[in-house]
Design a protein around this ligand. Structure first.
Ligand SMILES: NC(=O)c1ccc[n+]([C@@H]2O[C@H](COP(=O)([O-])OP(=O)(O)OC[C@H]3O[C@@H](n4cnc5c(N)ncnc54)[C@H](O)[C@@H]3O)[C@@H](O)[C@H]2O)c1
Ligand SMILES: N[C@@H](CCC(=O)O)C(=O)O
Length: 448
């Protein structure tokens, strides 16, 4: 049995109850086979694969808070500090009832490679809680965030670990957490990113993940003699990533005809009205039924198990921007039958392993999330730079740096795939390019 298979077996035994983590590790290690084969003795003697699949540290803690009725509620908080070989731990905080240790570990593991691809000095981490922000008052959100940070603040810092947003954590939550960190630790530092503009946030961070996704998609099309002009795009999700992906796609001449939330989806053949979507989702925090009620051209469909949802719509490009495993093999078959040319992941691991393979075997250009959605964390790193030098850059400066980073990521993953004889396999290219930098740093820093 080869080194990769030995480690896959070991990781599977040790983490049998964590399917999402095993899925992420399986995808990465399988694509690293040629690199591992070329360096087997060095990696094996240094236990590189065993070390890179085991987090540096897992923090799990109780988060008690008082609801509006005076009842004490208890949630579970997590922070997984996965790998800091190339910089302080960096990654978001997810607040969603589905959160468990396996999900935070898969996200932290992905973050190690994604952050490496940005070319900026950030290690990988992730955190969150099974707290459900849906339907909670602002006071309840504040109570939860303050309690969460009361424990988390012992383990983070501007040069140690810098959390940020993810599903369920936006500017409001980051603000409450930043206030509590400052109150307890007594220091004003860039300990979180995604902050408000009046207290250390970066212009363009809100837009960065969605914009970055379109910059890399545009480069992919350009390098294949095509463009986004006139293309029909299907987007899933209706949160931060989806909204700004839709906005940038429209600016670049494409028409986005779908979006979704956890209860239903919209088909709008005239193109999504992104300002209306922002009003419904960002301001009112309402359901997509409100979008449909306010827009004549929009059809609203309830989410039904076993149906393809947004992936049933004919499109040239699909951009999954909601959550993990939201696009399965049957969805992939439907998209291919409808003539999809490219799939680029705005969310983290939205495509199942089988669906990814189906796209790759059927000539669909596929860029995985750790490359395609890296613009968010890259701009977080730019926010950290601005905080360190106590300066703020203009929107145009940050946006230009973001675009440059995304274009470079495309070429780095393309080159890495070509170096190992896998031209066009951007999943392998992303994993290899991300892995090489982290492993070189780990080897240089000795056994730890
Ligand atoms: N925010 C960032 O900077 C960033 C960066 C990189 C990757 N991501 C990833 O992008 C994805 C979306 O994050 P976000 O920041 O937009 O979160 P968000 O909370 O702003 O929005 C998530 C959206 O997805 C929808 N959603 C959740 N589960 C769904 C389901 N099963 N089916 C359909 N829709 C569903 C929600 O209703 C919501 O509209 C996540 O996978 C996240 O990890 C986020
Ligand atoms: N949660 C986002 C952003 C992380 C950050 O900005 O630190 C991600 O998955 O990359």
């Amino acid at each position: 049995m080869g080194y990769v298979d030995e480690v896959l077996e070991l990781v599977s035994k040790k983490n049998a109850d964590q399917p999402e983590f095993l899925q992420a590790v399986t995808e990465v290690l399988n694509t690293l086979r040629p690199v591992v084969d070329a360096n087997e003795e060095l990696y094996r003697s240094n236990a590189i694969l065993e070390r890179i699949t085991e987090p540096d540290r897992v923090l799990m803690f109780r988060v008690p808070w008082v609801d509006d009725k005076g009842q004490v509620q208890v949630n579970r908080g997590f922070r997984v500090q996965f790998n800091n070989a190339i910089g302080p731990y960096k990654g978001g905080l997810r607040l969603h009832p589905s959160v468990n240790l396996g999900i935070i570990k898969f996200l932290g593991f992905e973050q190690v490679f994604k952050n490496s691809l940005t070319s900026l000095p950030i290690g990988g981490g992730k955190g969150g809680s099974d707290f459900d922000p849906k339907g909670k008052s602002d006071r309840e959100i504040m109570a939860f965030c303050q309690s969460f940070m009361t424990e988390l603040c012992k383990y983070i810092g501007a040069d140690v670990d810098v959390p940020a947003g993810d599903i369920g954590t936006g500017a409001r939550e980051i603000g409450f957490m930043f206030g509590q960190y400052k109150r307890i630790r007594g220091t004003y530092e860039g300990v979180l990113t995604g902050k408000g503009l009046s207290y250390g946030g970066s212009l363009a961070r809100t837009e960065a993940t969605g914009y970055g996704l379109l910059y890399i998609t545009e480069e992919l099309m350009k390098c294949h003699g095509d463009s986004l002009e006139g293309k029909t795009i299907a987007v899933s999700g209706a949160g931060n990533v989806a909204i700004y992906a839709i906005q940038k796609a429209q600016q670049l001449g494409a028409k986005v005809v779908t979006c979704s939330d956890s209860t239903g989806w919209i088909y709008d053949p005239e193109g999504i009205d992104v300002e209306l979507l922002r009003e419904v989702k960002e301001v009112k925090r309402a359901r997509l039924t409100e979008y449909a009620a306010a827009r004549k051209s929009a059809e609203y469909h309830e989410k039904k198990n076993g149906e393809h949802g947004v992936w049933s719509v004919k499109c040239d490009i699909a951009l999954p921007c909601a959550t993990q495993n939201e696009l399965d093999l049957e969805d992939a078959k439907q998209l291919v039958a409808n003539g999809v040319k490219a799939v680029c992941e705005g969310a983290n691991m939205p495509t199942t392993l089988e669906a990814t393979e189906y796209f790759q075997n059927n000539g669909v250009m596929f860029i995985c999330g750790k490359a395609a959605n890296a613009g968010g964390v890259a701009t977080s790193a730019l926010e950290m730079s601005q905080n360190s030098e106590r300066l703020s850059w203009t929107f145009e400066e940050v946006d230009a740096k973001l675009k440059n980073i995304m274009v470079n990521i495309y070429h780095n993953i393309d080159d890495a795939a070509k170096r190992y004889g896998m031209e066009g396999n951007y999943v392998a290219g992303a994993n290899i390019a991300g892995f090489e930098k982290v492993v070189n740093a780990m080897l240089a820093q000795g056994v730890y």
